[in-house]
Structures are given as C-alpha cells and as structure tokens.
Design a protein around this ligand. Structure first.
Ligand code: G6P
Length: 613
C-alpha cells in the first residue's frame, strides 16, 4: 500500500525509478510522482493520476532534457484524500525547496494541520502526508539543519511512515526515516536505493539493509549513514537476497496471477521441501525448533490474519483441530486487536501474512504479545515487519507474489499449517503410520496440482458460463468451507461479481432465497462422510433452477448428473484437500475476470499490502 523508490548514484534516476515503481505497482496504482534535482539543483516534482505509465509519459521529456542522478518517487494507494494529481506524492514545502514522499499514515495529522494553518501554512492537498513537509519546513526555518528539523518533526508525529526527502540546500542527498512501514536500503556499486520492496531494486543489487523502526538514513552517492532511534550511528548487517529478477517476470503468462497459479506445483513443494523428517514420521520446522516445549504444552491456538491469509487460518483451524485435538480460533486480526482478546495460559498465537506488512496483523501480533503470549509468524516475505517482530515462525517460501489476488501464498500457507498440524499431532497422539501417511501424501501434491492445471481449457469454458452473472454462491462443508470463502473472495476481488461463500448446510437459512436460474452455485463436493449431505443441498439448488458447477473427486459418477459442469480433482487426505480444491476456483476467478477484460493483476481499489488500518 503505497510504495517508495529513491535513487542516488551515477545513472539517470528517472528510468530507474519508473521501472522500480512499476515493480511496486501492486502496492498502489491510483497515482504516482517523482522528484529530482534539475541542473540548478532546484527540486522539480512531477505527478500524474493513474498508472505508472501515465507518469512515465509525463516525464519522458524530462529524461531527454537532463539526467538527474538523485531522485525520490512514490506510487499511491489513496487513504486520505481522493485520487488526484494534487493528492499524489511527492509533496513540496511552501518555498518549493523540499520534496517528500511518504508511505504510512500520520494519525495526528488533523491537530498538526490545525497548528500549521494557525502558523500561516497553506495546504494544497487533502492528505495526511502534507503536514510532514510543512512541519519539517517550520523547524528548518529556525536553524537551517535538515536532519535536525526532520527529527523534530518526527517527534511530533504519531503514526507510521517510510519517508524520503530531497532538499535544494542539500543537493545530491536523500534523507529517509522509517517507523512501521517497510523501508529497505539497497546497496549497489556506487549507487544506492531506498525501496518499500526489493522487487523494485533486485535487478540492480541483491545487497540490502532492512531498516528498523526509528532509523534515519542520510544517503549520497558516496555512501550512507544510519542513526537509530537512540540517535546512535549504526552499521547494520547487509543481507544478501537469494533470488533474482526472473522470479518477478510474467514470463510467458498474460498475467502475474495466472503465472502464480501455475507456479503452485513448485511453490507447494518449496513449502515442505527439506521439512519432512521421514525417519521420525514427523516434520522439522527450524524456525520453531527453539520452542518445541511450548508446542508440546500448548492448550489452545489462536491464528490471526486478514483476507486470504485469514482463509488459510480458518482452514488451519479445521486441519489442526482434526489432527491434534487442540482447540484453534481463527480470528480477523482487525477485530482481535481492539476487542481486548482473552489469551489463556498455554495459548500460542500464530499470525499469517503473505506480505508480512499488514497493519492490522502487525497490531494484533503486538496485542497478543501485550497479553503475554508467544507469537509465531507464517509469512512469505523474508525480513518483513511481521517476520521480524515474532518470536519465531515458518517462512512459506512461495516466492514473490505480485498479483494482488493471492493464490500461491494461500496454498503454501495451508501447506505450512498442515506441517504444523503434523508436528503438533506427532507430539501427541498421532501414530507414526498416520504421520507417514501425511508425509507421503504431501509429496504427491505437486503432481496432483499439475493434473488439475491441465484442465485449464475446460475451466475457461466453465468460466464463460459464469462471466455474465451478477452474483455467485460458493458452497463447501468442513474443511472445504474456508475454500468456498476463498473461491468467493477471488471472484469478487478481480471480476467484481458479488460472491459469497457458505457452509453448504447453511444455505437453507438464507441464501436459498436468492437461488434462481441466474445464480451460479459453485460447490466443492469432496468425497467424504458429508458428501451425501452436500449432494442433498445441491438437489435443493437444482430444484430451484440454480446452475451448479462442481469441484469433485475423480471417479465420482453421481455429481455429473446434478451439476452443469464438473472439474475433477485427485483425491487426497482431508487435511490436504483445500490445497487441491482451491485451484479450480482460482482459475475460475482468473478466467472470468480475463473474459470480462478486467485488470486481473491490479483490481480496482485493492492493494496487495495493506499497511493502513
Ligand atoms: C490484502 C490483499 C490480500 C491479502 C490480504 C492480507 O487485502 O489484497 O490478497 O490476503 O491483504 O495480506 P497479507 O499480506 O497479510 O497476507
């Protein structure tokens, strides 16, 4: 949600920043802007409403005119103030000497704004960010020391920020500060970058410093100086990224989402690779190994997350409870953080987040910690705020996920939750045979996913029948219920068709009133002890002329007589079913959106990392 790219070095900063912003476009794509020094060291700001390509067109003449070697840039996802050029970043001070780009939220901006207006400052935008430039300007008037002014301003500010600043009196320099919002310093050869995500800079360098809250960075092409929250000059460890640019290219695929759906045989494999301890019929999770005693003694688990990650959490509840008999609550992080949650003794809390940045999840983590709980993370982005804040955890190793609608992260999160369930189960009553059966089935998943993907053409045909609908209902039972929720979420996120997921038996308590010939019902009809009951629910749909599209198991001969269309998926153990069953639903959502000609990877109003409440 909002992204920053800043550059200092010897090359032309503009194309580097534009390309970087395009890599961060998943974080915000309603407007963007950049600031540079011109040949007189005047600060020039260029902004544009719309996608980055609009900004690129807008600055094309600047690139040919001069070649600035220092710049800051920003892509916005509107929080305060409508989408407009005026509200786009960077912002400048009243003298036009300073430019500032900000990711995060200034929570006390109203009070600060009132004070600044009383001092004579005029505001051009409706954003919270603009208070920062005026506040820094206000202090700068007093002793003309930019670093000091920045620190004074930040003391007055409540909220979160990753910021980058240019100032005419400091040509060749970028000042930056971080609190709450991710900001990374990427270190190249005689060039440096600041970025909200290494996707933007991985092409240039794999060396990065993950800045900590309270860090302030002074950056010139000669090098960087970092002071921490105690105002001490520090020399943080430089990390080396272990993947490269090819991981974030669309390759042969039309959209990132489709590519990411197709990556699942590998991403699921990567989630369990090296973690199966077949000699002991259990799993090894290195990031939790220091805490095995806690896992052994745990009496209750709370899993906190948002969006698709919350669907993984709910799936995890079914899986863990079933395999371990430990009670599990799956909670929306946004609710948990404010409802003064009860965290009994011997409770372990897990937070799930693909990005590791979601503000509500981070805040819920801190709330659980404040209650004295140990909190573990299940995250994708290495070094992310949530990954670093937890007491341990498990990376899902799904690789970079760019499509705003999460796909491979979900299946990898569920895979890790299965591993966790096996680990906890084997610490309790789960037999070696049962443990081994799960390990063996896990190993078969990549091949089974491949098999589902070969039905892509058929699924596109099914999607044509759904694409003109205004509503859709997704039904599942047991562990397939969260999968129904996830299928519905995928459809609404990218195709803008209203969709709901329901436990199939609940249909008769409301949604059945909506069923007619215009209502597609997508049913997950796994062959298990609830199958007959689900089929009865589907008969109820059929007798009201609802159109049924089913995901069912290979060899099921009955379902084809009820449903219009069926996607057959291989059978597996109940705990692993969601990983297979969700894939046709991801593909349906993808194809419906694509058939409607919509922007699959950047659906309207959504952001991939939601770093505000
Ligand atoms: C946003 C994204 C979703 C994601 C959710 C939670 O809403 O659009 O795809 O599931 O945030 O994100 P996280 O990074 O915490 O998993």
């Amino acid at each position: 949600m909002c992204g920053i790219v800043a550059y200092v070095g010897e090359k032309n900063a503009i194309p580097i920043m534009i390309e970087g912003l395009k890599r961060l476009e998943y974080r915000g794509y309603d407007s963007s802007g950049l600031a540079i020094f011109d040949e007189n060291n005047d600060v020039k700001i260029y902004k544009k409403e719309g996608k980055i390509v609009e900004l690129e067109r807008h600055v094309s003449h600047v690139m040919t005119k001069y070649s600035p070697t220092v710049g800051i840039s920003h892509t916005r996802w509107a929080t305060h103030g409508v989408v407009s050029e005026v509200n786009a970043h960077p912002f400048c001070d009243s003298e036009g000497k300073m430019a500032l780009a900000h990711n995060g939220i200034i929570e006390n901006y109203k009070d600060l704004k009132t004070n600044l207006i009383a001092k004579g400052y005029e505001f051009k935008s409706d954003t919270d960010t603009e208070v920062l430039v005026h506040l820094i300007h206000y202090y700068y008037q007093q002793d003309k020391d930019l670093m000091k002014s920045l620190k004074q301003a930040l003391k007055a500010v409540e909220g979160t920020y990753g910021i980058a600043i240019l100032h005419k009196d400091y040509p060749g320099q970028i000042l930056s500060a971080k609190k709450g919002s991710t900001l990374i310093l990427a270190i190249g050869n005689d060039e440096f970058f600041l970025t909200s995500d290494i996707n933007a800079t991985i092409k240039h360098t794999k060396k990065v410093i993950y800045l900590e809250d309270g860090d302030i960075v002074k950056l010139t092409k000669e090098g960087y100086e970092i002071t921490n929250s105690q105002n001490i000059l520090i020399n943080p460890e430089i990390s080396e990224i272990d993947w490269d640019i090819s991981a974030i290219d669309k390759g042969k695929y039309k959209h990132f989402m489709l590519k990411e759906i197709y990556e699942q045989p590998t991403s699921v494999l990567n989630a369990f690779r090296g973690r199966l301890a077949e000699d002991l019929y259990t799993v090894r999770l290195g990031g939790l190994s220091q805490n095995y005693a806690d896992l052994r003694n745990v009496k209750r688990i709370q899993i906190l997350a948002c969006g698709t990650s919350w669907h993984a959490a709910l799936t995890g509840k079914y899986i863990i409870e079933n395999l371990t008999r430990i009670p599990v609550d799956a909670e929306y992080a946004s609710e948990y953080r404010y409802r003064n949650p009860i965290v009994p003794d011997d409770t372990l809390v897990f937070v799930i987040s693909q990005s590791g940045e979601t503000a509500d999840t981070l805040a819920a983590l801190k709330e659980a910690r404040a209650k004295g709980a140990k909190v573990f993370g299940i995250t994708n982005v290495v070094g992310s705020a949530i990954a670093r804040e937890t007491d341990g955890g498990v990376y899902i190793h799904a690789g970079s996920e760019v499509g705003v609608a999460s796909t491979k992260a979900f299946t990898s999160q569920v895979t890790v939750l299965v591993l966790l369930a096996i680990l906890l189960g084997r610490m309790r009553h789960m037999s070696p045979t049962d443990g081994l059966t799960h390990l063996e089935e896990l190993k078969k998943l990549p091949e089974k996913i491949e098999k589902i993907l070969t039905q892509n053409d058929h699924i596109r045909e099914i999607s044509k029948k759904i694409a003109n609908s205004h509503n859709a209902l997704y039904l599942g039972r047991g562990v397939d219920y969260p999968v129904a929720l996830e299928g519905a979420l995928k459809l609404k996120e990218i195709s803008y068709i209203h969709a709901e997921g329901y436990p199939a038996a609940e249909m008769k308590h409301g949604p059945i009133a909506l069923i007619d010939e215009n209502m597609p019902v997508i049913a997950i009809a796994s062959k298990d002890f609830l199958y007959d009951k689900l089929v009865s629910n589907l008969q109820e749909v059929k007798s009201r002329k609802g159109k049924i599209y089913a995901v069912a198991n290979e060899g099921d001969t009955l379902i084809g007589t009820i449903a219009e269309e069926v996607v057959y998926v291989p059978e597996t153990l109940p705990a692993l079913r969601p990983i297979l069953n969700v894939i046709p639903l991801q593909l349906i959502a993808y194809h419906v959106a694509d058939l409607k000609g919509l922007d699959v990877d950047q659906p309207r109003n959504l952001a991939k990392s939601v770093t505000v409440e």
